[in-house]
Structures are given as structure tokens and as C-alpha cells.
Design a protein around this ligand. Sequence first.
Ligand SMILES: Nc1ncnc2c1ncn2[C@@H]1O[C@H](COP(=O)(O)OP(=O)(O)O)[C@@H](O)[C@H]1O
Ligand SMILES: [Mg+2]
Length: 365
Amino acid sequence: MTQLQAITQTSEVIVTCGTGGVGKTSIAAALGVVAAQQGRRVVVVTIDPARRLLDAIGLHDNTGNEILQVPLDSAGELWVTMLDVRETFDSLVRDTSPTVERANEVMKNSFYRSLSKSLSGTRDYMAAERLYNLHNDSRFDLVIVDTPPSRNALDFLESPERLARFLKHPIVRFLVAPSRGGFRIANAAMQPVLKAISGIVGGDALTGAAAFLQAFDGMETEFSRRALAVADTLRSDATHFVIVTAPSPDALSEADHFVSELSRLRISLQHVVANRMPPAFGALTSAEEMKQASVTTGDLSVAHSVIAGLCEDAEIARIDIGAFLERTRVLFPQLDITYTDEMPADIHDMESIAVLASQLAVHPA
Ligand SMILES: Nc1ncnc2c1ncn2[C@@H]1O[C@H](COP(=O)(O)OP(=O)(O)O)[C@@H](O)[C@H]1O
Ligand SMILES: [Mg+2]
């Protein structure tokens, strides 16, 4: 069994990271296929699937948090879902509210409404919250998280702790605590703080903020508990991080960035998938093909030099990926790699994902 197969066999959570266009979402889906073939019940959470890939896995733009099963001939099950920030936040509020009335009060609050759609940190936190839910959902053994293509895609890893810290902050404690003289908002000392908060979320959320925090009273304990549980899971042996890259200078320099982010977050990296590799072309090296070109004539010679060029692309790709692997192993010595080919066509259906999956499952390290 390869390292990657061991990862799909045993992990509870797999996080794929990498820059846009390397095939991160396709690989996340293909890893799901590999795990389902191993008999696992897998859910892939994808953030920004390309249109054709959405069609391939049977998801559509407006499915929200809906979890759909992909028909697959395998021992296990493959499910897919997207992240709907608002829906996740609402269900978190419903889960943690002492009463239905209180949940409704929070959800119709203007501050909450702007918080749940405009704050970029909210998105990160909801990604973590969604992961918490899916990881604790008894229908699934494995959650594969496909991170967004942005440079700061790993911010969500820090968001649980950030939220827990925020909720413990004296200012928040102060705002949430039952007040003696009515609304805290009446307190002049609090004005700059509330102004700053409303500056962050935009709009005239000032009164909404105080009302929100009061309605929210008591729920923050459960918010923090979940946030910290996710943070623990992400750093435990149950979670594996996989960097997806491609043999281009841009993709590799972004991969370097993710490597240093993981290292800074003290999260270990086990595996790299080098996707979109130029397929090997025949048995000869580029130098040997060039030699053939020089000892033959006419069309045959031209053919050999064309093939030599293709061989050279594949060799350079291997060398660049090899150099990436070497520098990354300084930080993560256990790091292993799997190669997948550049396919003749786009990944647009389950068959092409299955081809990627078969390469993920057989390529030796
Ligand atoms: N191995 C591959 N061969 C050919 N095309 C690929 C391969 N991997 C990904 N693609 C294509 O590249 C594009 C980006 O893929 P996607 O999985 O959405 O990448 P990302 O999530 O990294 O942006 C899609 O059009 C997809 O079909
Ligand atoms: Mg993607």
C-alpha cells in the first residue's frame, strides 16, 4: 500500500491545499473515489468547483449545504457538498440556542445578518464549523476538505482559535454580561468599541451589535467548544494534509508558500500530489531521441526530434518537482509523492475523475 492509500484508508479528515488551476478540486474528488473504493464512506466538501466539474459530480450552483451521493460502483460511498456560509451559521445558531425564539432573535438581528455575509473571517470560521459537523456526522468516515484557491486558504485553520480567543475577550465578556443599566450601548466607554465593530461589518450595525451579543449570551460557550474541537482535530493524527501542485514555476512557488504556512501553523505535511505531469513518452530519454534524430533522415528524423522535445518537457517537470520535494523534505522528512498525468481533455465527468483516482491508487512513491 502506498503512503497515499494509507492516508485515504485511515484518515478522518484530509485537507487538500494548493493554488488555483493545479487540479485541487479534481484531486479532492479523486481521493474521494480512492477512499470509497477502499470501502470508506466519504464526503468531499468543495469550495469552488469549476462548472464542468460540478456537473461531473452532480452538484449545482444552488444546492447550498445539501449533501449529494455520487453514484459509484464501490464498496464504500462517495458524497459531495459545497459550503454555504449563511446556512452553516444559521444551523450553528439553531444548534446552540437554548430556545427556538432565541435562535430566531439572533438570526433576524441586523448585525448578525451583516456578520454572516460580509466578514471574511466568518467564511473561514464557517468552513471550520462545517468540518466540525461533517466530522461528527455518523454517516461519514472521512471528510475531504477542498480549500479555496486563494493564498490565504489556510486561514480557516486558525479561525477556530481566533474565534475562541475573541469570545473570551474582556470586551466581549463585558458586552455579553447582563447589564445593570439597560443596554451596554448606553455606556459611553463602549462607543469606540462598538464603532470599531460596526466599521468592520459595515452599515449601521451599532445597535444591532449590542442586541446581537445579548441575544447571543450563553451560546458562546458551545461556539468556543466546537471551535477548539476542530482545532484539535486538525492537528491530530486523524487529519492529513495533502498539497496538490503542478510542474509549473507558479504552482511550485505557491506550493512553497503552503509548505511554509503549514510549518508556521505547526501542522505536518505528509503528501504531495503532482498533478498535470506531462506523460512519459516512449522508453527513450530526450538525449537518446535527439541522437536518433541525428542518425536518421527525413520524416523519421523530424519525428524523433519532436518526441525529444516532449521527453524533455517530461524530464524538466520531474526535475522541478524533485527539487520541490527535496527542499520540502528538509521541513517534513516523511513527505511522499504521487504523480498524476495531464489528461488529454478536461476533467468533466466521473470517468475522468476515476482515471485520476486509478493513478492516485497505483503510482509508486
Ligand atoms: N490532470 C489533469 N489533466 C487535465 N486537466 C486537468 C487535470 N487536473 C485538472 N484539470 C483541469 O484543470 C482545471 C482546473 O481544475 P480544478 O480541479 O478545478 O483545479 P483547482 O481546484 O486547483 O482550481 C479544470 O478545467 C480541470 O478539468
Ligand atoms: Mg478548486
